[in-house]
Design a binder for this molecule. Structure first.
Ligand SMILES: [Zn+2]
Length: 338
């Protein structure tokens, strides 16, 4: 299958995350893409083509896009990197719904961040916007290939996108690459099936109440203490959530993937976007689901069995030793079912 990427995706360096008020080591690092591409060992990688903002603007509010594009420049101009010495854009106050309203976009630079960010883990630095925008181009280029007749294309996107909402960013995600791909397929009805270990709160929110793009997710039960904590239990119009207990392993995880596949089939979709996170794997510190490499291969087979025009979009996966083989096995499994 064609593999699309952009070297601009490497420009985002979160530096660190802020967790319980303390800086911790960043897990969403540029080396993730290097490891995937090293393992795929494809001499015929396709570089993403630049796309205009038309689809992006149908997915995200203009205010969020404007903020993300200018956040680093404004932060730098405000002097915050020198005093008090914060070299990444990070919120300190949030536009919490409990404040009542109406809430207005603030003018103070550090406060503005909390109008659009919903966590402290998703920092913005010098190359963040360029990388996030390039990841959208990667997803859109893969969708172009599928629209023109390729049965499947893999978009090696980074930063990931499935936690990015219509007007807010978080969960190491800025722009929703998979949502852009779903629209770009230009089909009457598309399913986004998300097998990342964490629920795709952004993708589900973006398409809530929209039966043209249905969004299903298998993920670790947020009530067991996992991101995105507040969301990921209910089924709604065009959405299906299958939360799993920690330690579920291949058996229950693959049953859930199979249920999502059956749901897509029953929903008569004409196209598929797979949000491929490999952080459900055993050995990935970001989830306790304990899925094996064979499990990921089998998930690829189940999804490929739908035999739909498909864009595979990279989401999470943080163990640098296993991320490459996990992605490769999933893609091989998918191809074996075609
Ligand atoms: Zn994840």
């Amino acid at each position: 299958m064609p593999v699309v990427w952009s070297d601009r995706c490497l420009l985002h360096d979160p530096g660190r995350e802020i967790w319980v008020g303390l800086p911790t080591e960043a897990s969403e690092v540029p080396a993730r893409v290097d490891r995937i591409l090293d393992t795929l060992a494809r001499p015929d990688l396709l570089l993403a083509e630049a796309h205009d903002d038309e689809i992006l603007k149908s997915i995200h509010d203009a205010d969020l896009l404007r903020f993300l594009e200018s956040a680093w420049d404004e932060w730098q101009a405000s002097g915050l990197p020198e005093d008090p010495g914060q070299t990444r854009v990070v919120p300190y106050i949030f536009a919490h719904p409990g404040l009542g309203g109406p809430l207005i976009e603030p003018t103070a630079v550090p406060a503005k961040t909390g109008f659009f960010a919903y966590d402290t883990m998703t920092l913005i630095g010098e190359g963040t916007w360029e990388a996030a925008r390039a990841a959208v181009d990667v997803a859109l280029t893969a969708a172009d290939l599928v629209r023109r007749g390729e049965p499947v294309a893999y978009a090696c996107t980074r930063p990931p996108g499935h936690h990015a909402c219509r007007a807010a960013y978080g969960g190491s995600c800025y722009l929703n690459n998979a949502a852009c791909a779903a629209v770009a397929l230009e089909l009457e009805r598309v399913a986004v099936l998300d097998i990342d270990a964490h629920q795709c709160n952004g993708t589900q929110q973006i398409f809530a109440g929209n039966s043209d793009v249905i969004v299903g997710s298998v993920h670790v039960d947020p009530r067991a203490g996992w991101f995105p904590h507040f969301l990921g239990f209910a089924h709604g119009l065009g959405s299906k959530n299958l939360p799993l207990a920690p330690g579920s392993g291949d058996g229950r995880w693959l049953d859930a993937v199979d249920s999502l596949v059956a749901w897509a089939r029953e929903s008569s979709v004409q196209g598929l976007v797979i949000s491929l996170g490999v952080d459900a794997a055993a050995g990935d510190a970001e989830s306790p689901l304990e899925v094996t490499q064979e499990g990921y291969r089998e998930a690829g087979e189940l999804l490929g069995g739908l035999r739909l025009p498909t864009v595979i979009v990279q989401e999470g996966g943080y163990d640098l030793e296993t991320i490459g083989p996990l992605v490769l096995e999933t893609l091989l499994g998918f191809e074996s079912a075609l």
